[in-house]
Ligand binder design. Sequence first.
Ligand code: DGL
Length: 252
Amino acid sequence: MASIGIFDSGSGGLSVYRELVKVLPEERYLYFSDNAHCPYGEKTPEYIQDRGRAITDILLGMGADIIVVACNTATAAAIATLREEYPAVPFIGMEPAVKPAALGTRTGTIGVLATAGTLKGSKYLKTRGLYEDDVRIVEHVGQGFVELVENGILDGPEAESTVRASLQPLLDAGADTIVLGCTHYPFLQPVIQRLAGPDVQVIDPAPAVARQTVRVLQERGIPTGEGPFSVDLYFSGEPDSLQRIFALVSHV
Ligand code: DGL
């Protein structure tokens, strides 16, 4: 059994946790929500690196064998620093799913929804650079999406109008594929899909990240399976938002 540490600025990383549990059902999970410092989207890289170190120390102290940075913004700001400072620890980061989107688009235009921090990060800009000769890539910050999810507002008029404001510019630009570049956004996927319509493909990178975690555990020779499955939730702020979203993902 492996001990898998996961962290995010809040509940968003649970969209990755729910995919991890599908491919690694018999492990010990340690999930840290840094909701006292959420959102990360507008914070400086230095701030997020400090949070990343503090959380890594906590997760390692609890016995984590591997750390999944289940946050695109923290991956962009801090994963390189964490890998450098903790060379013995395997870190898994979020990849913006630009590649599958670029391969699948029929209109030749793909849309990326992410936080400001992710869109400014060198990792995203590098990925973008690989595909922008072949497809048109349009981006928008999912303004207010993280707050909706943290407040448990996953559908209804408020969720619809907030989502529409950031999604519509991408649809107007002709995007037929939307990449969810923030781990909170999959919890709004039903609304995003409904507003975008059935011809638009919405891509959540979490299943690919879960498969990558399996590969890295194997490469490092970290034994998995045989249970017992367990999950412990930790938070730096109030427990409510995490528990609300956890109730959703623990039924899948
Ligand atoms: N869930 C996060 C991400 O994937 C962070 C969102 C935020 O805190 O702004 O980017």
